[in-house]
Design a protein around this ligand. Sequence first.
Ligand code: ATP
Ligand code: MG
Length: 379
Amino acid sequence: MKVSGDWLTRAETQDVLALLAAPGHRALPVGGCVRNALIGAPVADVDIATDALPETVIGLARAAGLKAVPTGIAHGTVTVVAGGLPFEITTFRRDVETFGRHAAIAFSTRIEEDAARRDFTMNALYACADGTVIDPLGGLPDALARRLRFVGSAPDRIREDYLRILRFFRFTAWYGDPAEGPDAEGLAACAALADGIDGLSRERIGAEMKKLLSAPDPAPAIAAMAATGVLAHVLPGADARALPVLVHLEGDLPPRWLRRLAVLGGEGTAAALRLSRAEASDLEAIRTGIGDTQSAAALGWRQGIDRAVAVILARAALSGMPPPDDWQAEVLRGAAARFPVRAADLPDLSGPALGARLKELEARWLAAGLRLTKAQLLA
Ligand code: ATP
Ligand code: MG
């Protein structure tokens, strides 16, 4: 079996692989790029696995005039930049059991060991420079069948890193076969070990949830998270029921994780996912909009297109009432509208009186569908 694609054949990728291969090292694209090329999904970035030690990778790259940054040296990862493209190059590793709980790592020269410490069989696939797939664990049929299975025993792998529970739902949403649903053994292990999520950093949880909610249709995976009790550990008080309706109403709109997050509800979401200040205020504005009755046009004017779309669709998903027929045109009309009266149009007023009058005119303008002209408002 061979994979192909611009991500593999372009000069930057081939140059970086040759850099390591020339002195006799193995250098193999691994993980997401191979998986996605196999199933026909777009390849975002190329991760490379090698038997060369990190200092060797840095030395070879710099000798060739390439930038090499030790981005995750503790895990054996060096980022090499070629032609402006970053490649994460990670030395083969094996898990070393320390005190029976956390897996420490050691470098390895064996690809089988490197594959065995990865999370899912479809992520433990490698490719040669010519595209030939190397499949140490039998992950190839799983990838082609869109079957997400843990490498080895699911409970053992989860106990090593509880983030793998969330990765299980993320990859199920993106690459699982929707007709088959999540792998039963993996699902049972996630349900049994859901408590372990409480010990994860909020940053790691937030990063996974954003990726999960950005999937074309995250609703079945989120429903499975709710059914297994995982969702309650991630977002206390969340309710997954409106999400499939929202995704349906979205139609061809580009997926937005924040819009999906807004219909899940729950308390303390911004802290639970360590959202940035801008993300938290976006979420807050959308939730406030869901609870009020502003028109699509008024929302477009006040909140901009993205938030207005989120509010209109979330309201419909949560209430079960379809959005108004012309809501898209109305949002766009509102976003493009300008309130026609300026302070200079009210020369007799100043200070708080001026502010109050402008507010009153603005309310009248909004109530009349953002259609009144300056002359009508001042009359
Ligand atoms: P994408 O980048 O498209 O989200 P990916 O498969 O490249 O998907 P990454 O999170 O970038 O996912 O990880 C790269 C590879 O590293 C994975 O394919 C997997 O083999 C391994 N990996 C990453 N995180 C873990 C983890 N927590 N446990 C085990 N293996 C992991
Ligand atoms: Mg990746």
